[in-house]
Design a protein around this ligand. Structure first.
Ligand SMILES: NC(=O)C1=CN([C@@H]2O[C@H](COP(=O)(O)OP(=O)(O)OC[C@H]3O[C@@H](n4cnc5c(N)ncnc54)[C@H](OP(=O)(O)O)[C@@H]3O)[C@@H](O)[C@H]2O)C=CC1
Ligand SMILES: O=C1O[C@H](COP(=O)(O)O)[C@@H](O)[C@H](O)[C@H]1O
Length: 490
């Protein structure tokens, strides 16, 4: 049974409280934390959006959302109604500034309570909402703001957006969310590396040949075509989630687990990424876009049809980058980052390939010695496997076979894995920024990605097609094979 550390009572205004993210992720996450009694029931959660929705109607919408997104074994109608009694809705236009007085009236009786302003709205509203909150004198010393991704479209616009938020909130009050950091298996990367000397002592280029980081999804655009077509896989996945994974895998051990100690080390990695030249873009990156195909035996349309069929688009739905970290620990060990929509299976995984043995004492007919690999499955089927060579049992000669040491987290821990937003929302309330991105981290990520994205945008060649249900364009296989390596997808 996991230890639940209670947080104090809070007020949380969710801008975009009627939207998809709020209904599908944020309210269910808060409900799970409420069910475990992690926060007192005099906390208040206020949805804020432009539509006219009464408190009762909003509670009804929330109840429906919980019915859909909370597993039946955790859905208890009495508890749901107790949770929903904490909810309300205020009609607010974050851009025009209407309705902030109503929000202020709701919150005025508790000026000393922790106040969370969650921005689950389009990113261009982050500045206006911040300014309007400040003008309505809603920002107290105990207030925190949670800007959702994406932050900007490039380094310059990200800076502008962060500057605007900073007119109302200090850096210490700003919790830039990347939900991958809230995933249990992602946090476990720190435990794996820094609680296990066996692993950490081999965690460098002397022992490690290369690292593969894959985030493959089977979903397509869902209802987010407008957003996705503007951002693409590079900005949507590589920039935030995948660079965060790279940082946790590659960073030095921080001096402590304090937010800034951890984030200092992540920033160092981002700044050590070798900048891509125009020539690298051709040899070290691949963009793709899915065409029609089949997933799980079901035919699915291609990207352009998913977009509505009327638009031409060169947005990438698949991205691969071979990243190199120019530092003492990692020089000579490439990190392959690969992500795509409508891939063969949903799977996020890191595979660390160790170098081949320098010498084999075994005769040629004993079987080929395969290098060790550490396979860290982030989702689904969370767990860690170590590919090793072993003697084939039997009285004959000494024959070797590849086999695996297999640690399934489900069997080892037998506990419910909380959704990433559960952990992150509670961290916001308790004021712990460790799992949130600092401004210089966001900037360093963009600084590395900007030339890649600009090069892709200027490329006259469109993204390479790949059939939905495959592992991406054939060029992604060719890229790694040119390096004498191959993908591990199991
Ligand atoms: N959905 C997801 O899975 C994820 C979303 N995100 C990010 O979260 C944000 C929201 O996404 P999502 O929920 O999908 O978007 P939706 O389009 O589903 O919801 C947008 C919400 O914003 C409200 N809104 C729009 N304009 C205003 C305004 N001027 N003032 C106040 N509220 C407004 C809408 O209500 P109304 O029209 O009534 O005002 C609605 O509640 C985006 O930045 C997205 O990138 C990040 C990760 C995952
Ligand atoms: O932030 C995003 O993440 C999801 C993938 O998240 P996961 O928790 O299901 O792995 C992705 O589908 C979406 O496009 C992106 O905006």
């Amino acid at each position: 049974m996991a230890t639940i550390i209670p947080v104090e009572s809070f007020d949380c205004a969710v801008f975009g409280g009627t939207g998809d993210l709020a209904m599908r992720k944020l309210l269910p996450a808060l409900f799970h934390r409420f069910l475990d009694r992690q926060f007192p029931d005099d906390s208040r959660i206020i949805g804020a959006s432009r539509r006219e929705v009464s408190d009762d109607t909003y509670r009804g919408l929330a109840e429906e959302a919980l019915r859909r997104h909370v597993p039946p074994e955790r859905f208890d109608l009495d508890e749901v109604r107790r949770f929903c009694a904490m909810l309300g809705h205020e009609r607010v236009d974050g851009r025009a500034g209407d309705g902030f007085d109503g929000l202020a009236r709701r919150l005025q009786d508790a000026p000393d309570k922790v106040r969370v302003f969650y921005m689950a709205t389009s990113p261009d509203l982050q500045g206006p909402i911040s300014r309007n909150l400040a003008a309505a004198k809603l920002v107290t010393t105990r207030s925190r703001v949670v800007p959702e991704k994406p932050i900007g479209r490039d380094l310059a616009s990200a800076r502008r957006s962060m500057d605007e938020v900073a007119t109302a909130f200090s850096e210490a009050q700003t919790f830039r969310i990347d939900h991958y950091l809230g995933k249990e298996t992602v946090q476990n990367l720190l435990a794996l590396r820094f609680a296990n000397p066996l692993i950490e002592r081999t965690w460098n280029t002397d022992a490690i040949d290369h690292v593969q980081i894959t985030v493959a999804e089977t979903v397509g655009l869902e209802e987010r075509g407008g957003y996705y077509d503007e951002f693409g896989a590079g900005r949507d996945m590589l920039l935030g989630h995948m660079l965060q994974l790279l940082c946790l895998l590659a960073m030095e051990c921080p001096t402590s687990l304090d937010a800034d100690a951890v984030r200092d080390e992540k920033v160092r990695i981002l700044r050590s990424l070798r900048p891509m030249t125009a020539a690298d873009l051709r040899s070290a990156t691949v963009r793709g876009q899915y065409t029609e195909g089949a997933i799980g035996g079901r035919p699915v349309p291609g990207y352009l049809a998913d977009l509505g069929g009327e638009r031409r688009s060169t947005t990438e739905t698949f991205a691969l980058v071979r990243a190199e970290i120019a530092n003492w620990r990692w020089g000579g060990t490439p990190f392959y980052l690969r992500t795509g929509k409508r891939m063969a299976t949903k799977m996020s995984q890191v595979v660390v390939f160790f170098r081949a043995p320098r010498f084999s004492v075994f005769p040629a007919d004993a079987g080929e010695l395969q290098p060790n690999a550490l396979i860290i499955r982030l989702q689904p089927d969370e767990g860690i496997r170590l590919a090793v060579m072993a003697k084939q049992p039997g009285p004959g000669g000494l024959r070797l076979s590849p086999t695996e040491l297999d640690l399934s987290f489900e069997t080892a821990f037998r506990t419910r894995y909380p959704d990433a937003y559960e952990r992150l929302l509670m961290d916001v309330v308790r004021g712990n920024q460790t799992l949130f991105m600092r401004r210089d981290e966001v900037e360093a990520g963009w600084a590395w990605m900007d030339p890649i994205l600009a090069g892709w945008a200027a490329d006259p060649q469109p993204p390479r097609p790949y059939a939905a249900g495959s592992w991406g364009p054939s060029a992604s296989v060719a890229l790694i094979e040119r390096d004498g390596r191959s993908w591990r997808d199991d």
